[in-house]
Ligand binder design. Structure first.
Ligand code: SF4
Length: 410
């Protein structure tokens, strides 16, 4: 097993690119990757039975396996903005992809990777002369310990990240989570990711404690981390000075700007009210920091009938004001990107689709590659051809980058 210095920058390429520093164990049957804490982070099969030679399984920090597929390379990049499609073992609103977790070879890898690797480890221990090629050798952590670590993260945060912002795709969803406020303000009727907690900013003391524990949690692998997600659903709603303080503290204490990975990225959600009430000074201050910030706002619709049907407590004039403010920030702050979410589903009023087309084409004076619009299918695990057809039609006319948003947990 050798230590490898992988790519230093997240890139959108049509071949599998491995990021950060990791160790690799290649056998006749599999390739395994481990992080600097000796935790498995990735694996794929080498035999004929593996679904595709360029597809792999990734293990997240919450100990969830995600299967990255090519999707046959047909339309994946146009649809989600990435060349590889993450497939999840839990229900979500994805419109592409198959059922890789039902594949025998994928199931076998998940169930048997540890006994397989452990047998090799035991073999090496019995034959110490083999250890010299086992650079940085230390026993690999078993599944029970990894599962426990996943639970430990929940304890550290005293919360659970039920959804990541769509923009976290830019760092392959590799973020350090830090909760700066619980819950959200709107509690929209349609939303499947909200929790029952009332909106409540965390104290600085609590944030400091999370950071201390996160430092221990990530340990040696902190060197591979350069991105932070500020949870939960409306980090933008806390006092601007507290938000800036939390970012500064995180960058410093987690050494995000000393990472092996280039750039420092901050991701957060904001509600429409928080965004509209945000003073320009906050954006000036964010722009002055050595970070790139992505803020995702859920507008959902510019049709009042739709907002009412969704039980989203907003008025159309507020949605339009947020849309225009996002355009202004995207044009004037090079290191801040505001992305916007809209829902879509056949059951929504016609007015919703008309307003969506007007917003993404007529209301935008010129074509821009910044300020992505994400369309979020309302239904879970019900891919539909007509929905995809509608998406491509809208995308063709849109003057802003337009993608589908698949709900992904941490
Ligand atoms: S859509 Fe956003 S604001 Fe509305 S309930 Fe869900 S998390 Fe809260």
């Amino acid at each position: 097993m050798e230590l490898i210095e992988g790519a230093k920058r997240y890139q959108k390429v049509s071949y599998p690119l491995r990021y950060g520093i990791y160790s690799e164990l290649t056998t006749r049957d599999y390739v395994f990757h481990f992080n600097l804490n000796h935790e498995i982070i990735r694996m794929w099969g080498r035999g004929q039975n593996w679904p595709h030679r360029l597809e792999w399984l990734k293990r997240t920090i919450t100990d969830t396996w995600v299967y990255y597929s090519t999707g046959g390379y047909t339309g994946v990049f146009e649809t989600i903005g990435e060349h590889y499609l993450p497939n999840f073992p839990y229900p979500t609103n994805n419109q592409l992809g198959g059922t890789p977790f039902a594949e025998g070879s994928v199931k076998k890898a998940i169930e048997h990777w540890y006994p397989y690797v452990n047998a090799l480890q035991n073999d090496l221990t019995a034959h110490p002369e083999g250890i010299s090629s086992f650079s940085g050798y230390k026993p690999i952590l078993p599944p029970a310990v990894l599962k426990n670590k996943g639970r430990q993260l929940r304890k550290i945060l005293t919360g659970h990240i039920s959804v990541l912002p769509p923009d976290t795709r830019h760092v392959d969803y590799n973020v350090i989570p830090l909760i700066v406020a619980d819950g959200c303000r709107h509690k929209c009727g349609f939303c499947k990711v909200k929790n029952q907690k009332g909106y409540r900013p965390r104290s600085r003391k609590n944030i400091e404690e999370q950071l201390r524990n996160l430092h221990v949690f990530f340990d040696n692998d902190l060197i591979n981390q350069n991105a932070l997600f500020l949870g939960e659903h409306d980090a933008l709603g806390i006092a601007p000075e507290d938000l800036l303080w939390a970012i500064d503290q995180s960058v410093e204490r987690l050494a995000l700007n000393e990472s092996y990975m280039q750039g420092t990225f901050i991701f957060l959600f904001g509600s429409v009210y928080s965004f509209l009430n945000c003073p320009d000074q906050l954006f000036d201050n964010l722009q002055d920091r050595p970070v790139t910030t992505y803020i995702n706002i859920g507008l959902e619709s510019a049709s009042q009938a739709t907002l009412d049907q969704l039980q989203k407590p907003l008025k159309v004039h507020e949605v339009l004001a947020a849309f225009d403010k996002a355009r202004f920030i995207n044009q004037n702050y090079p290191d801040i990107e505001i992305s916007l979410n809209f829902v879509f589903d056949e059951s929504l009023p016609k007015e919703h689709f008309v307003s969506l087309e007007q917003l993404t084409s007529e209301r935008v004076e010129k074509v821009s590659d910044k300020g992505s619009i994400y369309l979020s299918p309302l239904r879970f695990d019900e891919p539909s051809r007509s929905r995809l057809f509608y998406f491509y039609q809208l995308k063709r006319r849109s003057r802003l980058p337009l993608f589908l948003y698949t709900i992904q947990k941490l």
